[in-house]
Ligand binder design. Structure first.
Ligand SMILES: NC(=O)c1ccc[n+]([C@@H]2O[C@H](COP(=O)([O-])OP(=O)(O)OC[C@H]3O[C@@H](n4cnc5c(N)ncnc54)[C@H](O)[C@@H]3O)[C@@H](O)[C@H]2O)c1
Length: 268
């Protein structure tokens, strides 16, 4: 039986663990070949560990086990030139590129008076310029194909004013503006650009300062993070199914949308 993205080649950033791994595996299950990148190293100013090289190798192994081809590299999405170079080399090896999922992201948290300029720069550099670099690395190959799909991972924080994570919230709103702007510019070329907005998923990403504040002196802010549906968090695969839809031709006339997968947190 043919898969929903059979024969497509898809770039996924931040693919070593968490939702990036889930997107890669779900796309491979439906017949895609994958180009995978991840920094696999700590990021300054981010208070939790990033993935390791072994994690990226594990994602690649899971894709291969599904009978799909994979090219993986340890690479920082802040380095646009390196990302473009690896994407081009991989596209040429795998027979082109059909879509990119800009998934790599980081999170800092804390009150306004503990948030530093370096926090801002770390988060915007990865969550916003890193997404831009991913789009720019992919676009020449999508043009060559005569069309394609850019899926940029935002967050419920890209729609709501999520507090105690100001740089993150701003970066995820920025992903929406970036994506809608590009969607207009590239519609003529049949390149679709959409954002995905998940609610909380248990991954390696964490916000210790925010959790401490919400459990303690800022309990008033807790309800902003509460899903409308009766689940505290959703599964990574719930988000991957939305990514799969946007990569597939089932969404061939869907562009410039904000696809929420959020158990209703953004309607609260
Ligand atoms: N977990 C959640 O609750 C949640 C909710 C909404 C949106 N998101 C978004 O989903 C995406 C995936 O997050 P996750 O929860 O799987 O987090 P995660 O921390 O488990 O995974 C993120 C991956 O990105 C990699 N990465 C970080 N900086 C990088 C860089 N500069 N270059 C390349 N790779 C880099 C990390 O090494 C890690 O493997 C992020 O964009 C995140 O903001 C997460």
């Amino acid at each position: 039986m043919s898969g929903r993205v059979e024969g497509k080649v898809v770039l996924v950033t931040g693919a070593a663990r968490g939702m990036g791994r889930s997107h890669a595996v779900r796309l491979a299950e439906e017949g895609a070949d994958l180009i995978l990148v991840d920094i696999c190293a700590p990021v300054d100013n981010v208070p939790y560990p990033m993935s390791a090289k072994e994690d990226l190798e594990e994602t690649a192994a899971q894709v291969r086990a599904l009978g799909r081809r994979v090219n993986a590299a340890v690479l920082d999405v802040r380095d646009g030139a390196q990302l473009a170079e690896f994407t081009a080399a991989s596209a040429s090896e795998l027979g082109g590129l059909d879509a990119a999922v800009a998934n790599a992201g980081v999170l800092t948290s804390g009150t306004w008076d503990t948030t530093t300029g370096d926090d801002w720069r770390a988060v915007l550099d990865i969550n916003l310029i890193g997404v831009w670099n991913t789009c720019v690395a992919a676009i020449p190959h999508l043009l060559e194909r005569g069309g394609g799909s850019l899926v940029n991972i935002s967050s419920a924080a890209g729609i709501k004013g999520n507090p105690l994570t100001t740089p993150y919230t701003a970066s995820k709103h920025g992903v929406v503006g970036l994506s809608k702007s590009l969607a207009n510019e590239l519609a003529l070329n049949s390149i679709r650009v959409n954002t995905v907005h998940p609610t909380g998923v248990v991954t390696g990403m964490s916000a210790p300062a925010m959790h401490e504040l919400i459990a303690g002196e800022r309990q008033d802010l807790g309800p902003i993070y509460q899903n409308a549906m009766p689940v505290p968090v959703i599964d990574a695969v719930d988000v991957s199914n939305a990514v799969l839809y946007l990569v597939s031709d089932e969404s061939r006339y869907v562009t410039g949308t904000e696809l929420t997968v959020d158990a209703g947190v953004t309607i609260r």
